[in-house]
Design a protein around this ligand. Structure first.
Ligand code: ADP
Ligand code: MG
Length: 257
Protein backbone atom coordinates (compact mmCIF):
# COMPACT_ATOMS: atom_id res chain seq x y z
CA UNK A 1 0.00 0.00 0.00
CA UNK A 2 1.31 3.43 -0.80
CA UNK A 3 1.76 5.65 2.16
CA UNK A 4 -0.72 8.47 2.36
CA UNK A 5 -1.09 10.66 5.40
CA UNK A 6 -3.31 13.40 4.04
CA UNK A 7 -4.60 15.48 6.93
CA UNK A 8 -7.47 17.89 6.44
CA UNK A 9 -8.58 20.27 9.15
CA UNK A 10 -11.91 21.75 8.12
CA UNK A 11 -13.29 24.80 9.94
CA UNK A 12 -12.13 23.42 13.25
CA UNK A 13 -12.83 25.52 16.30
CA UNK A 14 -11.86 24.52 19.82
CA UNK A 15 -13.30 25.95 23.00
CA UNK A 16 -12.49 24.98 26.55
CA UNK A 17 -14.45 25.61 29.70
CA UNK A 18 -12.72 28.39 31.61
CA UNK A 19 -13.46 29.76 35.09
CA UNK A 20 -15.34 32.67 33.55
CA UNK A 21 -17.11 30.80 30.77
CA UNK A 22 -15.87 29.23 27.54
CA UNK A 23 -12.42 30.14 26.21
CA UNK A 24 -11.69 29.91 22.50
CA UNK A 25 -8.31 28.20 22.18
CA UNK A 26 -8.51 27.91 18.40
CA UNK A 27 -10.56 30.17 16.15
CA UNK A 28 -12.10 28.44 13.08
CA UNK A 29 -9.17 26.99 11.18
CA UNK A 30 -8.79 25.20 7.88
CA UNK A 31 -5.52 23.49 7.06
CA UNK A 32 -4.46 20.92 4.52
CA UNK A 33 -1.34 18.83 5.11
CA UNK A 34 -0.45 17.15 1.84
CA UNK A 35 0.95 13.61 2.12
CA UNK A 36 4.63 13.44 3.02
CA UNK A 37 5.12 17.18 3.35
CA UNK A 38 6.77 18.95 6.28
CA UNK A 39 4.75 21.82 7.73
CA UNK A 40 6.00 24.09 10.49
CA UNK A 41 3.45 25.84 12.66
CA UNK A 42 4.65 28.97 14.36
CA UNK A 43 2.91 31.49 16.57
CA UNK A 44 3.01 33.28 19.90
CA UNK A 45 2.71 31.40 23.16
CA UNK A 46 -0.87 30.48 24.03
CA UNK A 47 -2.21 30.95 20.49
CA UNK A 48 -3.46 27.38 20.20
CA UNK A 49 -0.62 25.51 18.46
CA UNK A 50 -0.65 22.59 20.88
CA UNK A 51 -4.43 22.58 20.86
CA UNK A 52 -4.51 22.23 17.07
CA UNK A 53 -1.85 19.54 17.21
CA UNK A 54 -3.70 17.65 19.94
CA UNK A 55 -6.85 17.78 17.88
CA UNK A 56 -5.05 16.25 14.88
CA UNK A 57 -3.61 13.62 17.23
CA UNK A 58 -7.14 12.80 18.33
CA UNK A 59 -6.53 13.84 21.95
CA UNK A 60 -8.84 16.86 21.86
CA UNK A 61 -12.24 16.88 20.24
CA UNK A 62 -13.09 19.89 18.06
CA UNK A 63 -16.04 21.99 19.28
CA UNK A 64 -16.91 22.58 15.62
CA UNK A 65 -15.65 21.40 12.24
CA UNK A 66 -13.92 18.15 11.47
CA UNK A 67 -10.55 16.54 10.87
CA UNK A 68 -9.94 13.75 8.39
CA UNK A 69 -6.97 11.47 7.79
CA UNK A 70 -6.94 10.13 4.23
CA UNK A 71 -10.57 11.11 3.94
CA UNK A 72 -11.70 9.33 7.10
CA UNK A 73 -12.99 11.47 9.98
CA UNK A 74 -10.92 11.09 13.15
CA UNK A 75 -12.48 9.22 16.00
CA UNK A 76 -9.89 9.16 18.80
CA UNK A 77 -6.11 8.84 18.40
CA UNK A 78 -5.36 7.09 15.08
CA UNK A 79 -2.72 4.38 15.10
CA UNK A 80 -0.97 5.82 12.06
CA UNK A 81 -0.08 9.02 13.89
CA UNK A 82 3.15 9.38 15.87
CA UNK A 83 3.64 12.12 18.43
CA UNK A 84 6.82 13.65 19.85
CA UNK A 85 6.63 16.25 22.60
CA UNK A 86 9.19 18.57 24.13
CA UNK A 87 9.23 16.39 27.23
CA UNK A 88 10.84 13.20 26.19
CA UNK A 89 8.04 10.89 27.26
CA UNK A 90 10.29 7.84 27.52
CA UNK A 91 9.58 5.22 30.13
CA UNK A 92 12.31 5.62 32.77
CA UNK A 93 12.21 1.94 33.71
CA UNK A 94 12.87 0.79 30.12
CA UNK A 95 16.20 0.85 28.31
CA UNK A 96 16.49 2.81 25.06
CA UNK A 97 15.94 -0.44 23.15
CA UNK A 98 12.86 -1.38 25.17
CA UNK A 99 11.42 2.10 24.74
CA UNK A 100 11.67 1.65 20.97
CA UNK A 101 10.28 -1.89 21.23
CA UNK A 102 7.32 -0.55 23.15
CA UNK A 103 6.26 1.42 20.07
CA UNK A 104 6.19 -1.83 18.10
CA UNK A 105 4.19 -3.94 20.57
CA UNK A 106 0.89 -3.68 18.80
CA UNK A 107 2.29 -5.32 15.66
CA UNK A 108 2.82 -8.49 17.69
CA UNK A 109 6.00 -9.31 15.82
CA UNK A 110 8.06 -12.34 16.73
CA UNK A 111 10.43 -11.23 19.49
CA UNK A 112 13.59 -11.53 17.37
CA UNK A 113 12.05 -9.42 14.60
CA UNK A 114 10.82 -6.81 17.07
CA UNK A 115 14.32 -6.51 18.53
CA UNK A 116 15.85 -6.33 15.05
CA UNK A 117 13.56 -3.53 14.02
CA UNK A 118 14.11 -1.61 17.22
CA UNK A 119 17.88 -1.97 16.89
CA UNK A 120 17.67 -0.82 13.28
CA UNK A 121 15.76 2.27 14.34
CA UNK A 122 18.30 3.06 17.05
CA UNK A 123 21.09 2.63 14.53
CA UNK A 124 19.44 5.15 12.23
CA UNK A 125 19.54 7.78 14.94
CA UNK A 126 23.12 6.85 15.86
CA UNK A 127 22.29 5.31 19.23
CA UNK A 128 22.80 1.59 18.77
CA UNK A 129 25.76 1.68 21.17
CA UNK A 130 23.40 3.13 23.80
CA UNK A 131 20.66 0.54 23.34
CA UNK A 132 20.98 -0.77 26.90
CA UNK A 133 21.11 2.62 28.61
CA UNK A 134 18.21 3.98 30.62
CA UNK A 135 16.75 7.43 29.84
CA UNK A 136 18.35 9.01 32.90
CA UNK A 137 21.76 7.97 31.54
CA UNK A 138 21.12 9.82 28.25
CA UNK A 139 21.44 13.53 27.39
CA UNK A 140 18.36 15.50 26.30
CA UNK A 141 19.34 15.22 22.64
CA UNK A 142 19.83 11.47 22.97
CA UNK A 143 16.43 11.07 24.62
CA UNK A 144 14.81 12.87 21.71
CA UNK A 145 16.69 10.62 19.32
CA UNK A 146 15.20 7.61 21.09
CA UNK A 147 11.77 9.20 20.77
CA UNK A 148 12.37 9.72 17.04
CA UNK A 149 13.54 6.12 16.66
CA UNK A 150 10.50 4.86 18.53
CA UNK A 151 8.18 6.82 16.28
CA UNK A 152 9.74 6.02 12.92
CA UNK A 153 10.17 2.34 13.88
CA UNK A 154 6.44 1.83 13.57
CA UNK A 155 6.20 3.69 10.25
CA UNK A 156 3.69 6.46 11.01
CA UNK A 157 1.83 8.16 8.19
CA UNK A 158 1.71 11.36 10.19
CA UNK A 159 4.19 12.70 12.69
CA UNK A 160 3.19 15.44 15.10
CA UNK A 161 6.05 17.21 16.86
CA UNK A 162 5.31 19.81 19.52
CA UNK A 163 8.40 21.97 20.11
CA UNK A 164 10.48 18.79 20.18
CA UNK A 165 13.83 20.55 20.39
CA UNK A 166 12.70 23.46 22.58
CA UNK A 167 14.61 22.22 25.62
CA UNK A 168 17.88 21.55 23.78
CA UNK A 169 20.89 23.84 23.46
CA UNK A 170 21.61 25.52 20.10
CA UNK A 171 24.41 23.13 19.13
CA UNK A 172 22.36 20.02 19.83
CA UNK A 173 19.42 21.48 17.92
CA UNK A 174 21.49 21.79 14.77
CA UNK A 175 22.46 18.13 15.04
CA UNK A 176 18.83 17.16 15.66
CA UNK A 177 17.64 19.13 12.62
CA UNK A 178 20.02 17.21 10.36
CA UNK A 179 19.08 13.94 11.95
CA UNK A 180 15.35 14.53 11.71
CA UNK A 181 15.55 15.61 8.07
CA UNK A 182 17.65 12.55 7.25
CA UNK A 183 15.23 10.12 8.89
CA UNK A 184 12.19 11.90 7.44
CA UNK A 185 13.60 11.97 3.90
CA UNK A 186 14.24 8.25 4.13
CA UNK A 187 10.91 7.15 5.61
CA UNK A 188 8.63 9.99 4.55
CA UNK A 189 5.63 10.90 6.67
CA UNK A 190 3.42 13.94 6.82
CA UNK A 191 5.01 16.10 9.49
CA UNK A 192 3.46 18.90 11.50
CA UNK A 193 6.15 20.58 13.55
CA UNK A 194 5.25 23.21 16.13
CA UNK A 195 7.94 25.69 17.06
CA UNK A 196 8.25 29.26 18.20
CA UNK A 197 11.63 29.56 16.53
CA UNK A 198 11.31 31.16 13.08
CA UNK A 199 14.75 29.97 11.98
CA UNK A 200 13.95 26.38 12.87
CA UNK A 201 10.75 26.60 10.81
CA UNK A 202 12.61 28.04 7.82
CA UNK A 203 15.42 25.50 7.94
CA UNK A 204 13.12 22.48 8.09
CA UNK A 205 9.76 22.98 6.46
CA UNK A 206 8.15 22.85 3.02
CA UNK A 207 5.36 25.00 4.36
CA UNK A 208 5.48 27.53 7.14
CA UNK A 209 2.14 28.45 8.69
CA UNK A 210 1.95 31.44 10.99
CA UNK A 211 -0.72 31.77 13.67
CA UNK A 212 -2.01 34.97 15.21
CA UNK A 213 -2.10 35.64 18.95
CA UNK A 214 -4.93 34.02 20.91
CA UNK A 215 -7.48 32.97 19.91
CA UNK A 216 -5.23 31.64 17.20
CA UNK A 217 -5.92 31.58 13.53
CA UNK A 218 -3.67 30.89 10.57
CA UNK A 219 -2.68 34.25 9.17
CA UNK A 220 0.17 33.54 6.75
CA UNK A 221 1.47 30.72 4.59
CA UNK A 222 4.90 30.55 3.02
CA UNK A 223 5.81 27.66 0.73
CA UNK A 224 9.58 27.11 0.77
CA UNK A 225 11.28 25.48 -2.18
CA UNK A 226 14.88 26.10 -1.14
CA UNK A 227 16.81 22.81 -1.34
CA UNK A 228 18.00 21.24 1.93
CA UNK A 229 20.29 21.48 3.78
CA UNK A 230 19.47 25.16 4.02
CA UNK A 231 21.34 28.19 5.21
CA UNK A 232 19.38 31.33 5.92
CA UNK A 233 21.84 33.81 4.44
CA UNK A 234 22.57 31.99 1.18
CA UNK A 235 22.96 34.28 -1.86
CA UNK A 236 19.88 34.49 -4.05
CA UNK A 237 17.66 33.09 -1.31
CA UNK A 238 14.55 34.93 -0.23
CA UNK A 239 14.53 33.20 3.16
CA UNK A 240 15.85 36.25 5.01
CA UNK A 241 13.04 38.37 3.61
CA UNK A 242 10.50 35.74 4.65
CA UNK A 243 12.13 35.62 8.08
CA UNK A 244 11.79 39.39 8.49
CA UNK A 245 8.16 39.26 7.44
CA UNK A 246 7.30 36.50 9.92
CA UNK A 247 9.23 38.22 12.73
CA UNK A 248 7.19 41.37 12.12
CA UNK A 249 3.96 39.37 12.25
CA UNK A 250 4.98 37.75 15.52
CA UNK A 251 6.19 40.93 17.20
CA UNK A 252 3.76 41.72 20.01
CA UNK A 253 1.83 44.90 19.35
CA UNK A 254 2.49 47.47 22.05
CA UNK A 255 -0.49 48.03 24.34
CA UNK A 256 -1.94 51.53 24.03
CA UNK A 257 -1.03 53.90 26.88
P1 ADP B 1 0.29 27.16 22.47
O1 ADP B 1 0.64 25.71 22.29
O2 ADP B 1 0.20 27.90 21.18
O3 ADP B 1 1.20 27.86 23.42
P2 ADP B 1 -2.15 26.08 23.65
O4 ADP B 1 -2.76 25.36 22.49
O5 ADP B 1 -1.43 25.26 24.64
O6 ADP B 1 -1.19 27.23 23.09
O7 ADP B 1 -3.26 26.89 24.42
C1 ADP B 1 -4.16 27.79 23.77
C2 ADP B 1 -5.11 28.35 24.79
O8 ADP B 1 -6.00 27.33 25.23
C3 ADP B 1 -4.44 28.89 26.05
O9 ADP B 1 -5.13 30.02 26.47
C4 ADP B 1 -4.59 27.75 27.02
O10 ADP B 1 -4.60 28.24 28.35
C5 ADP B 1 -5.95 27.18 26.64
N1 ADP B 1 -6.05 25.74 26.92
C6 ADP B 1 -5.31 24.76 26.38
N2 ADP B 1 -5.69 23.55 26.83
C7 ADP B 1 -6.71 23.78 27.69
C8 ADP B 1 -7.56 22.93 28.50
N3 ADP B 1 -7.43 21.60 28.48
N4 ADP B 1 -8.50 23.54 29.27
C9 ADP B 1 -8.64 24.86 29.27
N5 ADP B 1 -7.90 25.71 28.54
C10 ADP B 1 -6.94 25.19 27.76
MG1 MG C 1 2.19 24.56 23.08
Amino acid sequence: MTQQGHVRVEDVEIRFKGKEGPVTALAPTTLDLAPETFTALIGPSGCGKSTLMNAIGGFVEPSAGRITLDGVPLDGPPEQIGVIFQQYALFPWFTALDNVRFGLKRFRLPKAEEIDRARGALEEVGLLSHADKYPQELSGGMKQRVAIARTFAFGPKVLLMDEPFGALDAQTRIVMHELLLGVWQKHRATVLFVTHDVDEALLLADDVRVMSAAPGQLIRHHALTEPRPRALGRAGSDMLAIREEIMTLLRPTQPAE
